[in-house]
Design a protein around this ligand. Structure first.
Ligand code: COA
Length: 338
């Protein structure tokens, strides 16, 4: 049925192009080497490095809350972008480890940063959250619902990790990364390729929902559980195709790509995707996982921040971001490095 409006509404129009204007990161102070996690899971430093590429990870202290880490990462992204907090119209926080069901942590972060009552909300897309946030922010800036958007990926996965679980204890970690998305003279964020496969909902999940936990005589934290091997196979092969689609939609060939910044889940997955996409040796690849572990929604901005700091990603470079995880959910886009 076609509705005939009784009056004509104004619609918003935004910037012609959007780009990431600045990146920031916060790495928690506690460095946890493999030697600290192996005993509880009957493993070894050698096995962990060989199977995952992880040498150490960062776990947050009690003081390094989701909000504290987010604000620190956001401040450095704002500084990098040369944007004042009062210019931020929306704060989008991707996380699965803000432990209050409501309100969203984004409102507290927006307030602490000193935004002028920016719109603020959390999104739950697990490890794919940051790329979902960048896609939303790009559309918001171009659609006219925000001038500048702060996108934060933040996790305290150590709160939801069972240190005695062989399949996850050595993988998950904590940290925060942030990006300022705003108007730009040239296109700086390519079309997103995103989707989900809910048939595989149970592959990575919180073990039980809170009502089941509380109904138990002896409630225990409902930790994350993961069927590592099927996730590994899905990520290694299906995700390379998504990365290629993101390149195609942006009109970029692998030879024009400077940087590859995949979700930092496992070094072998990173290598398998690079092989499947036939990335030339000239493409610099993010390998933050070795020092940082898997920080879910924070992993891509943390990895990009390191590449910028170490000179592996330079302003103006073309980078492919691709994120995937629980849901299963995924998102990829080509961006210009700020
Ligand atoms: N330490 C030592 N040995 C371990 C171990 C550990 N922590 N965990 C499993 N093993 C053993 C198993 O018992 C098995 O032994 P067996 O061959 O004698 O039966 C062997 O190692 C292989 O187990 P498997 O589970 O098949 O290992 P894998 O090669 O798949 O590696 C992961 C395990 C978790 C590293 C890998 O599956 C992975 O990284 N998956 C994806 C994780 C991920 O990306 N998660 C987040 C997505 S956002």
């Amino acid at each position: 049925m076609t509705t005939t409006p009784t009056s004509t509404l104004n619609t918003a129009t935004g910037a012609t192009h959007a780009a990431i204007l600045g990146i920031g990161a916060y790495r928690p102070s506690r460095v946890i080497p493999n030697s600290e996690v192996v005993e509880a899971i009957d493993s070894s430093d050698e096995w962990i490095q060989q199977r995952s590429g992880i040498k150490q990870r960062r776990w947050a202290t009690a003081e390094e809350t989701v909000q504290v880490m987010s604000v620190a990462a956001a401040r450095s992204a704002l500084e990098h972008a040369g944007v004042d907090a009062r210019q931020i119209d929306a704060v989008v926080v991707a996380t699965v480890t803000h432990m209050l069901q409501t309100p969203a942590v984004a409102t507290a972060i927006a307030h602490e940063l000193g935004t002028d009552q920016a719109a603020a909300f959390d999104i739950s897309a697990a490890c794919a959250g940051f790329c979902h946030g960048v896609a939303l922010a790009s559309d918001m800036v171009r659609g006219g619902s925000a001038g500048h958007v702060l996108v934060i990926g933040v996790e305290r996965l150590s709160d939801l990790t069972d240190v005695g679980d062989r399949g996850t204890a050595f993988i998950f970690a904590d940290g925060a990364g942030a990006a300022v998305v705003g108007p730009s003279d040239a296109p700086g964020i390519g079309p997103v390729v995103w989707g989900s496969d809910g048939e595989q909902f149970d592959l990575i999940r919180q073990r039980e929902d809170w009502r089941d936990v509380l109904a138990s005589d002896q409630p225990v934290m409902p930790h994350l559980v993961m069927q590592g091997n099927p996730v590994f196979r899905w990520a290694s092969y299906a995700m390379a195709k998504i990365g290629q689609q993101a390149l195609d939609r942006a009109g970029i060939t692998v030879d024009e790509l400077d940087c590859f910044v995949p979700h930092q889940a496992n070094m072998r997955i990173i290598d398998a995707m690079a092989r499947a996409m036939k990335l030339p040796d000239t493409v610099r690849i993010a390998r933050d996982i070795a020092e940082q572990g898997n920080t879910s929604a924070a992993s891509i901005p943390l990895a990009l921040d390191r590449m910028i700091a170490e000179g592996d990603a330079r302003s103006g470079d073309t980078a492919l971001l691709i994120a995937f995880g629980a849901g299963l959910a995924y998102a990829a886009q080509v961006v210009t490095v700020p």
